[in-house]
Design a protein around this ligand. Structure first.
Ligand SMILES: Nc1nc2c(ncn2[C@@H]2O[C@H](COP(=O)(O)OP(=O)(O)OP(=O)(O)O)[C@@H](O)[C@H]2O)c(=O)[nH]1
Length: 302
């Protein structure tokens, strides 16, 4: 324990034992030659259990690997290493997260200081948990803001947003896009006859059916009460009509009483100048035409 004599004969003890951090010295063979009493007080090591042993003794397996692969080479190269994160072991094998600074002298001795980082790690863990919670909440809010509650399809706002992006992409790649407006036939009558809950069940099943028939890249939305939209990228008019035929067949499998559900579909194809507003207008007019043609059919805008 070094004692320092002041000019006026007062003796002041500046021992490293008073520091609230571990101080340790290793020689050129990585053997411990000095430890302060922090190792006894906080980690319950007896001095003689450590002096003469390799520094590995107080480190976990992964910290030993880090020591050999990074810390020692860095010390040789740069003479010092700062704020490294290691896990130290107590005499009973308990783990303690530590921040380590180390300095190499010209004789090969390394002067290590270990700071307890448990509190910091706890705080860090809490911050990570809080961030994960916030991310999950944000995801949920984003999903709520973009999907229709009843059918889980895209809602109108999300469809308006995504359709513009999809059309821009189609223009860049010179591909055509089909827009379908799907309107349930006589839905008011379904509600009036079977009640609103049954009407909701029909909307839900139709939503699932549209999702099932569509590709991952298609946009499928509930756009209004009983009006649905599908946007098919990279699709030509012949394929669109085949798609609509299948759509009518599949939708007929949804039963309302003893009858199969029917829809009227208005379809239109994009060209290189189409905007979503124009396409929607054409497809919407086409639905009216399909209704005027007796319902349960598709009308393609030309
Ligand atoms: N159950 C239920 N009904 C809804 C919902 N949104 C809208 N509707 C009903 O959908 C019906 C639409 O009726 P109309 O616009 O007259 O259309 P329609 O009866 O399908 O007639 P056509 O379009 O000519 O075939 C109305 O009765 C609305 O109340 C909903 O979320 N749930």
């Amino acid at each position: 324990m070094p004692l320092h004599q002041l000019d006026d004969n007062r003796v002041t003890d500046y021992s490293a034992d008073y520091f609230l951090s571990g101080a340790l010295v290793t020689n050129a063979d990585n053997v411990i030659v000095y430890v302060n009493t922090y190792f006894k007080k906080e980690l319950h090591w007896h001095c003689n259990e450590l002096i003469g042993k390799y520094i590995d003794k107080i480190l976990t397996k992964s910290s030993k690997i880090f020591l050999q692969s990074y810390v020692l080479p860095t010390l040789i190269h740069e003479k010092k290493c700062q704020e490294m994160q290691l896990i130290m072991l107590s005499a009973q094998g308990e783990r303690m997260a530590v921040t380590v600074n180390a300095q190499l002298d010209e004789k090969g001795f390394i002067y290590w200081s270990f700071f307890n980082a448990t509190q910091r790690d706890k705080l860090y863990d809490e911050l990570i948990k809080t961030r994960e919670k916030l991310e999950a909440q944000t995801e949920r809010l984003q999903s709520l803001a973009s999907t229709d509650e009843l059918t889980s399809l895209l809602n109108r706002r999300e469809m308006d947003y995504r359709s513009v992006l999809l059309l821009e992409q189609a223009k860049r790649t010179h591909r055509s896009v089909a827009l379908l407006v799907i309107d349930i036939d006589d839905f008011k009558q379904i509600n009036d006859t079977y009640g609103h809950l049954e009407g909701d069940r029909v909307l839900k099943e139709l939503g699932q059916c549209l999702k099932k028939i569509s590709r991952q890249t298609d946009l499928v939305a509930r756009y209004g009460g009983e009006e649905f939209l599908i946007m098919l990228p990279d699709t030509h008019s012949a394929d669109t009509l085949i798609f609509c035929q299948r759509l009518h067949q599949l939708i007929a499998e949804i039963k309302v009483g003893s009858e199969g559900l029917t829809v009227s579909v208005g379809a239109c194809m994009s060209d290189s100048n189409s905007t979503f507003t124009e396409l929607f207008k054409h497809a919407d007019n086409a639905v009216y035409q399909a209704k005027a043609n007796g319902k349960n059919t598709t009308y393609m805008h030309s």
